[in-house]
Design a protein around this ligand. Structure first.
Ligand SMILES: NC(=O)c1ccc[n+]([C@@H]2O[C@H](COP(=O)([O-])OP(=O)(O)OC[C@H]3O[C@@H](n4cnc5c(N)ncnc54)[C@H](OP(=O)(O)O)[C@@H]3O)[C@@H](O)[C@H]2O)c1
Length: 328
């Protein structure tokens, strides 16, 4: 074979392999044609990453949005970008302050929403942190545990009355495959010994496992209501969440990994597809875990009814909140 043909054949093989890799790691795509014209969706952490990409997709489908952000300036910038991308002049976007590290802030946010809006179609608990060093919030809880789990737990219960006013409503909790790395001992010790430093990987994994257990238990409590609640794994997505993670926060190390990450890590639009699917699908499954737009089995620990029931009770004790059975 002449040299030139070898060169062309090699390029075609390499190009096809790169394309197949990118397609494979891009994951599932939400194919639901459903629109949400005029319906109100609250997204926490919508100023950045997956939450912002989701906001753009929902705005294109006609949803009104509340961007719940701890950095309002960044939220307002995101609003401008979302409106530009959506090209939909019929939608309304509100930016509201919410700091999940403060129960006081969560209560203020919820009160404000209840005073201003009559009903909410969906709540997406998307805000989260990863690999933060151990510290305690003003409420005395470990920072990752409160941001990723306790905060969404409290916020969700505060907003359930507004979700109940819709004919159909949804809650989506953004979890992670990191939940699989956690064992029962980690779950117990991180939950019950908040001021005991543990590895940031473990506290992240526990917070994401706790979210799935919450999803399961809440779905049971909301059975026979209009509200469907599911957990989602967005996959590995290139966002600012890795800014505290040494192998990626170092610009040199990041630059070395960049070519391979471009192939195997999702962009935020790809990362929000499973959340979009959980919000739009006509499949009425509740208490489930979605990954790549498909129902997926969570870890055995996350799937245990007895643990989810007990964990819900322990969480209520931690935040000193004792709901009536009828409250959910
Ligand atoms: N990226 C991934 O590979 C990946 C994988 C699995 C799961 N996830 C999950 O996906 C979700 C979204 O993450 P992302 O990747 O899009 O990261 P991101 O771009 O860093 O977005 C996280 C968002 O959460 C907000 N946030 C953090 N702490 C908060 C607090 N105390 N109160 C209110 N908002 C707070 C951040 O606000 P600031 O902008 O002010 O920091 C930001 O808007 C997270 O729950 C994450 O655990 C991500």
């Amino acid at each position: 074979m002449p040299e030139i043909w070898k060169y062309i054949a090699g390029s075609v093989v390499l190009g096809s392999a790169a394309y197949s890799l990118i397609k494979y790691f891009a994951g599932g795509v939400c194919e639901c044609p459903t629109r949400l014209d005029g319906l109100l969706v609250i997204i926490t952490g919508a100023n950045s990453g997956i939450g912002k990409a989701l906001a753009i997709e929902l705005a294109k489908r006609g949803a009104n949005l509340i961007l719940a952000c701890r950095n309002v300036k960044s939220g307002l910038e995101a609003k401008v970008h979302i409106l530009q991308e959506a090209q939909n002049s019929n939608i309304q976007i509100h930016v509201k302050f919410l700091d999940l590290c403060s129960i006081h802030s969560i209560k203020n946010f919820s009160e404000n929403i209840q005073n201003q809006f009559r009903e909410v179609y969906a709540l997406v608990n998307c805000a989260g942190v990863f690999y933060l060093p151990h510290s305690l919030t003003e409420d005395g809880f470990e920072v990752t545990f409160q941001t990723n789990y306790l905060g969404p737990f409290i916020l969700t219960h505060e907003l359930i009355p507004l979700l109940k006013k819709q004919v159909h409503a949804r809650i989506v909790n953004v979890s992670s495959e990191a939940h699989r790395k956690v064992n029962a001992n980690d779950l117990r010790s991180v939950t019950l010994q908040q001021n005991q430093p543990v590895s940031p990987f473990v506290s992240y994994g526990v917070s994401k496992l706790a979210l799935i257990l919450f999803t399961k238990e809440l779905a049971k409590k909301l059975n026979n209501t209009n509200i469907i609640v599911n957990a989602v794994n967005p996959g590995n997505v290139e966002t600012a969440i890795y800014r505290h993670f040494p192998p990626l926060s170092n610009p040199w190390l990041f630059a070395i990994q960049k070519p391979i990450r471009t192939l195997v890590v999702k962009n935020p639009k790809q990362g929000c597809q499973s959340i979009l699917h959980a919000l739009l699908t006509s499949n009425p499954s509740t208490g489930q875990y979605y990954s790549d737009c498909k129902l997926t089995l969570a870890s055995p620990l996350a799937s245990c009814d007895q643990i989810s029931r007990e964990y819900y009770r322990v969480t209520c004790e931690l935040i000193r909140w004792f709901p009536e059975e009828s409250e959910c």
